[in-house]
Design a protein around this ligand. Structure first.
Ligand SMILES: Nc1nc2c(ncn2[C@@H]2O[C@H](COP(=O)(O)OP(=O)(O)OP(=O)(O)O)[C@@H](O)[C@H]2O)c(=O)[nH]1
Ligand SMILES: [Mg+2]
Length: 245
Protein backbone atom coordinates (compact mmCIF):
# COMPACT_ATOMS: atom_id res chain seq x y z
CA UNK A 1 0.00 0.00 0.00
CA UNK A 2 1.22 3.47 -0.86
CA UNK A 3 0.49 6.68 1.06
CA UNK A 4 1.54 8.90 -1.83
CA UNK A 5 1.38 8.47 -5.60
CA UNK A 6 3.16 10.96 -7.86
CA UNK A 7 1.56 11.10 -11.30
CA UNK A 8 4.11 12.15 -13.91
CA UNK A 9 2.90 12.68 -17.49
CA UNK A 10 5.67 12.28 -20.05
CA UNK A 11 6.19 12.87 -23.72
CA UNK A 12 9.79 12.57 -24.95
CA UNK A 13 11.40 12.91 -21.55
CA UNK A 14 13.87 10.01 -21.74
CA UNK A 15 16.90 11.89 -20.36
CA UNK A 16 14.84 13.43 -17.59
CA UNK A 17 13.09 10.28 -16.33
CA UNK A 18 16.40 8.43 -16.05
CA UNK A 19 17.51 10.96 -13.46
CA UNK A 20 14.41 12.30 -11.79
CA UNK A 21 12.68 9.03 -10.87
CA UNK A 22 15.53 7.62 -8.72
CA UNK A 23 15.94 11.04 -7.05
CA UNK A 24 12.20 11.31 -6.35
CA UNK A 25 11.98 7.79 -4.91
CA UNK A 26 14.99 8.48 -2.70
CA UNK A 27 13.76 11.87 -1.46
CA UNK A 28 10.35 10.49 -0.48
CA UNK A 29 11.78 7.36 1.12
CA UNK A 30 14.21 9.40 3.23
CA UNK A 31 11.32 11.59 4.37
CA UNK A 32 9.47 8.46 5.52
CA UNK A 33 6.73 8.32 2.87
CA UNK A 34 5.63 5.06 1.28
CA UNK A 35 5.52 6.43 -2.23
CA UNK A 36 4.87 5.33 -5.79
CA UNK A 37 5.60 7.12 -9.08
CA UNK A 38 3.05 6.53 -11.84
CA UNK A 39 4.42 7.63 -15.20
CA UNK A 40 1.76 8.23 -17.86
CA UNK A 41 3.60 8.06 -21.17
CA UNK A 42 2.05 8.64 -24.59
CA UNK A 43 4.24 6.19 -26.53
CA UNK A 44 7.06 8.75 -26.70
CA UNK A 45 9.17 8.12 -29.81
CA UNK A 46 12.37 8.66 -27.78
CA UNK A 47 11.82 5.50 -25.71
CA UNK A 48 10.78 7.09 -22.41
CA UNK A 49 8.44 4.17 -21.63
CA UNK A 50 11.17 1.56 -22.09
CA UNK A 51 13.41 3.38 -19.61
CA UNK A 52 10.56 3.64 -17.10
CA UNK A 53 9.90 -0.08 -17.52
CA UNK A 54 13.56 -0.79 -16.67
CA UNK A 55 13.34 1.50 -13.64
CA UNK A 56 10.19 -0.30 -12.48
CA UNK A 57 12.23 -3.52 -12.18
CA UNK A 58 14.81 -1.76 -10.05
CA UNK A 59 12.61 0.41 -7.82
CA UNK A 60 9.53 -0.82 -6.05
CA UNK A 61 6.65 1.59 -6.63
CA UNK A 62 7.61 2.77 -10.12
CA UNK A 63 4.66 2.11 -12.45
CA UNK A 64 4.01 2.81 -16.10
CA UNK A 65 0.73 3.59 -17.78
CA UNK A 66 1.37 3.56 -21.51
CA UNK A 67 -1.08 5.12 -23.92
CA UNK A 68 -1.24 4.66 -27.69
CA UNK A 69 -0.39 8.23 -28.76
CA UNK A 70 -0.05 11.86 -27.69
CA UNK A 71 -3.40 12.54 -26.03
CA UNK A 72 -2.56 15.63 -23.97
CA UNK A 73 -1.40 16.58 -20.48
CA UNK A 74 -4.89 16.83 -18.97
CA UNK A 75 -6.03 13.49 -20.27
CA UNK A 76 -2.80 11.88 -18.97
CA UNK A 77 -3.67 13.13 -15.46
CA UNK A 78 -7.28 11.96 -15.79
CA UNK A 79 -6.15 8.45 -16.78
CA UNK A 80 -3.58 8.46 -13.97
CA UNK A 81 -6.09 9.55 -11.33
CA UNK A 82 -8.64 6.96 -12.48
CA UNK A 83 -5.99 4.24 -12.37
CA UNK A 84 -5.09 5.18 -8.78
CA UNK A 85 -8.74 5.32 -7.77
CA UNK A 86 -9.53 1.93 -9.29
CA UNK A 87 -6.37 -0.09 -8.79
CA UNK A 88 -4.21 1.23 -5.98
CA UNK A 89 -6.25 0.78 -2.80
CA UNK A 90 -5.98 3.34 -0.01
CA UNK A 91 -3.78 6.29 -1.00
CA UNK A 92 -3.73 9.48 1.04
CA UNK A 93 -2.14 11.96 -1.36
CA UNK A 94 -1.82 12.19 -5.12
CA UNK A 95 0.79 14.54 -6.59
CA UNK A 96 1.08 16.22 -9.97
CA UNK A 97 4.61 16.74 -11.24
CA UNK A 98 6.43 17.46 -14.52
CA UNK A 99 9.32 15.21 -15.51
CA UNK A 100 11.68 17.95 -16.69
CA UNK A 101 13.23 19.08 -13.35
CA UNK A 102 11.25 22.33 -13.32
CA UNK A 103 9.55 20.88 -10.26
CA UNK A 104 12.28 20.13 -7.69
CA UNK A 105 11.66 16.76 -5.97
CA UNK A 106 13.29 18.03 -2.72
CA UNK A 107 10.31 20.21 -1.81
CA UNK A 108 7.71 17.47 -2.19
CA UNK A 109 8.11 16.14 1.38
CA UNK A 110 7.61 19.70 2.67
CA UNK A 111 4.46 20.08 0.57
CA UNK A 112 3.16 16.75 1.88
CA UNK A 113 3.96 17.70 5.48
CA UNK A 114 2.16 21.01 5.06
CA UNK A 115 -0.90 19.22 3.63
CA UNK A 116 -0.88 16.68 6.45
CA UNK A 117 -0.19 19.01 9.38
CA UNK A 118 -2.28 21.90 8.08
CA UNK A 119 -5.19 19.68 7.05
CA UNK A 120 -5.05 20.98 3.48
CA UNK A 121 -6.79 19.22 0.59
CA UNK A 122 -4.54 20.86 -1.98
CA UNK A 123 -1.02 22.30 -1.76
CA UNK A 124 0.22 24.18 -4.81
CA UNK A 125 3.94 24.74 -5.33
CA UNK A 126 3.81 28.44 -6.05
CA UNK A 127 6.13 30.79 -7.91
CA UNK A 128 4.18 33.82 -6.78
CA UNK A 129 4.31 33.70 -2.98
CA UNK A 130 7.21 34.84 -0.77
CA UNK A 131 10.22 32.58 -1.26
CA UNK A 132 9.03 31.43 -4.67
CA UNK A 133 10.26 32.62 -8.06
CA UNK A 134 10.62 31.63 -11.69
CA UNK A 135 14.15 31.49 -13.07
CA UNK A 136 12.91 32.15 -16.59
CA UNK A 137 14.88 34.54 -18.80
CA UNK A 138 12.16 35.24 -21.35
CA UNK A 139 10.17 38.30 -20.32
CA UNK A 140 7.44 37.24 -22.76
CA UNK A 141 6.96 33.87 -21.01
CA UNK A 142 6.94 35.56 -17.61
CA UNK A 143 4.32 38.04 -18.78
CA UNK A 144 2.20 35.27 -20.30
CA UNK A 145 2.32 33.38 -17.00
CA UNK A 146 1.36 36.47 -14.97
CA UNK A 147 -1.47 37.23 -17.39
CA UNK A 148 -2.66 33.61 -17.33
CA UNK A 149 -2.73 33.64 -13.54
CA UNK A 150 -4.64 36.90 -13.38
CA UNK A 151 -7.16 35.65 -15.92
CA UNK A 152 -7.52 32.34 -14.10
CA UNK A 153 -8.08 34.13 -10.77
CA UNK A 154 -10.74 36.44 -12.20
CA UNK A 155 -12.42 33.58 -14.01
CA UNK A 156 -12.53 31.10 -11.10
CA UNK A 157 -12.50 33.23 -7.95
CA UNK A 158 -9.83 30.95 -6.45
CA UNK A 159 -7.67 33.07 -4.14
CA UNK A 160 -4.35 31.21 -4.57
CA UNK A 161 -1.42 33.08 -6.20
CA UNK A 162 -0.25 30.40 -8.67
CA UNK A 163 -3.26 28.76 -10.26
CA UNK A 164 -1.40 27.51 -13.30
CA UNK A 165 1.39 25.72 -11.46
CA UNK A 166 1.41 22.04 -12.36
CA UNK A 167 3.21 20.94 -9.17
CA UNK A 168 0.61 19.99 -6.58
CA UNK A 169 -0.37 17.68 -3.77
CA UNK A 170 -4.05 16.66 -3.70
CA UNK A 171 -5.82 14.59 -1.05
CA UNK A 172 -7.32 11.55 -2.79
CA UNK A 173 -10.52 11.75 -0.70
CA UNK A 174 -11.47 15.07 -2.32
CA UNK A 175 -10.34 13.96 -5.76
CA UNK A 176 -12.69 10.97 -5.50
CA UNK A 177 -15.63 13.34 -5.03
CA UNK A 178 -15.03 14.95 -8.43
CA UNK A 179 -13.58 11.97 -10.29
CA UNK A 180 -16.70 11.47 -12.45
CA UNK A 181 -16.58 15.11 -13.58
CA UNK A 182 -12.98 14.89 -14.79
CA UNK A 183 -13.98 13.34 -18.12
CA UNK A 184 -15.68 16.64 -19.04
CA UNK A 185 -12.43 18.60 -18.70
CA UNK A 186 -10.05 19.60 -21.48
CA UNK A 187 -7.20 17.31 -22.45
CA UNK A 188 -4.62 20.13 -22.67
CA UNK A 189 -2.88 22.46 -20.21
CA UNK A 190 -6.08 24.36 -19.22
CA UNK A 191 -6.98 21.15 -17.39
CA UNK A 192 -4.89 22.35 -14.43
CA UNK A 193 -7.07 25.41 -13.83
CA UNK A 194 -10.29 23.50 -14.50
CA UNK A 195 -9.25 20.85 -11.96
CA UNK A 196 -8.41 23.46 -9.34
CA UNK A 197 -11.77 25.14 -9.95
CA UNK A 198 -13.64 21.84 -9.44
CA UNK A 199 -11.71 21.20 -6.21
CA UNK A 200 -12.43 24.75 -5.01
CA UNK A 201 -16.17 24.36 -5.72
CA UNK A 202 -16.05 21.08 -3.75
CA UNK A 203 -14.84 23.13 -0.76
CA UNK A 204 -11.15 22.16 -0.86
CA UNK A 205 -8.85 23.88 1.62
CA UNK A 206 -6.07 25.18 -0.65
CA UNK A 207 -2.58 26.18 0.49
CA UNK A 208 0.67 27.10 -1.23
CA UNK A 209 4.35 26.29 -0.73
CA UNK A 210 7.16 28.38 -2.32
CA UNK A 211 8.50 27.01 -5.59
CA UNK A 212 11.74 28.05 -7.28
CA UNK A 213 10.81 27.00 -10.81
CA UNK A 214 13.81 26.25 -13.01
CA UNK A 215 13.85 26.03 -16.81
CA UNK A 216 13.74 22.45 -18.14
CA UNK A 217 17.09 20.63 -18.19
CA UNK A 218 16.79 18.26 -21.19
CA UNK A 219 14.31 18.05 -24.03
CA UNK A 220 11.79 20.43 -25.53
CA UNK A 221 8.67 22.22 -24.35
CA UNK A 222 5.26 21.00 -25.46
CA UNK A 223 3.52 24.27 -24.63
CA UNK A 224 2.29 25.81 -27.87
CA UNK A 225 0.00 28.56 -29.19
CA UNK A 226 -2.95 26.16 -29.33
CA UNK A 227 -2.68 25.58 -25.58
CA UNK A 228 -2.57 29.33 -24.84
CA UNK A 229 -5.66 30.02 -26.99
CA UNK A 230 -7.59 27.14 -25.42
CA UNK A 231 -6.62 28.46 -21.95
CA UNK A 232 -7.75 32.03 -22.63
CA UNK A 233 -11.00 30.95 -24.24
CA UNK A 234 -11.90 28.69 -21.27
CA UNK A 235 -11.21 31.52 -18.81
CA UNK A 236 -13.32 34.03 -20.75
CA UNK A 237 -16.20 31.55 -21.11
CA UNK A 238 -16.03 30.81 -17.39
CA UNK A 239 -16.17 34.52 -16.52
CA UNK A 240 -19.39 34.77 -18.60
CA UNK A 241 -20.80 31.59 -17.00
CA UNK A 242 -20.17 32.95 -13.51
CA UNK A 243 -21.59 36.39 -14.29
CA UNK A 244 -24.77 34.92 -15.78
CA UNK A 245 -25.40 32.38 -12.98
N1 LIG B 1 1.60 11.99 -21.38
C1 LIG B 1 1.73 13.24 -21.85
N2 LIG B 1 2.57 14.10 -21.22
C2 LIG B 1 2.69 15.35 -21.71
C3 LIG B 1 1.96 15.81 -22.84
N3 LIG B 1 2.29 17.12 -23.06
C4 LIG B 1 3.19 17.45 -22.09
N4 LIG B 1 3.45 16.39 -21.28
C5 LIG B 1 4.32 16.32 -20.11
O1 LIG B 1 3.84 17.28 -19.20
C6 LIG B 1 4.91 17.91 -18.50
C7 LIG B 1 4.86 19.43 -18.76
O2 LIG B 1 5.15 19.70 -20.13
P1 LIG B 1 6.28 20.80 -20.57
O3 LIG B 1 6.60 20.60 -22.00
O4 LIG B 1 7.41 20.72 -19.60
O5 LIG B 1 5.49 22.15 -20.44
P2 LIG B 1 6.03 23.49 -19.83
O6 LIG B 1 6.63 23.19 -18.48
O7 LIG B 1 4.91 24.45 -19.86
O8 LIG B 1 7.13 23.93 -20.84
P3 LIG B 1 8.73 24.16 -20.55
O9 LIG B 1 8.83 25.30 -19.57
O10 LIG B 1 9.37 24.50 -21.83
O11 LIG B 1 9.26 22.92 -19.97
C8 LIG B 1 6.19 17.23 -18.99
O12 LIG B 1 6.54 16.19 -18.12
C9 LIG B 1 5.78 16.71 -20.37
O13 LIG B 1 6.54 15.61 -20.81
C10 LIG B 1 1.09 14.88 -23.49
O14 LIG B 1 0.42 15.16 -24.47
N5 LIG B 1 1.01 13.62 -22.94
MG1 LIG C 1 8.30 22.05 -18.29
Amino acid sequence: MFEVVVVMPTYNEVENVKEIIPILIDVLKKAGWRASVLVVDDSSPDGTAEVVEELSKKFEGVKLLKRPGKLGLGSAYIDGFNYINREMGYVEFVCEMDADFSHPPEILPHMLDLAKRGGYDVIIASRYIEGGRWEEKSIIRRLISRGANLLARISTGVKARDLTSGYRVIRLDILKKIIEKLTELHSGYVFQVELLYLLYKEGAKIGEYPLVFKPRVYGRSKLGKKEIISFASWCLKNILRRISS
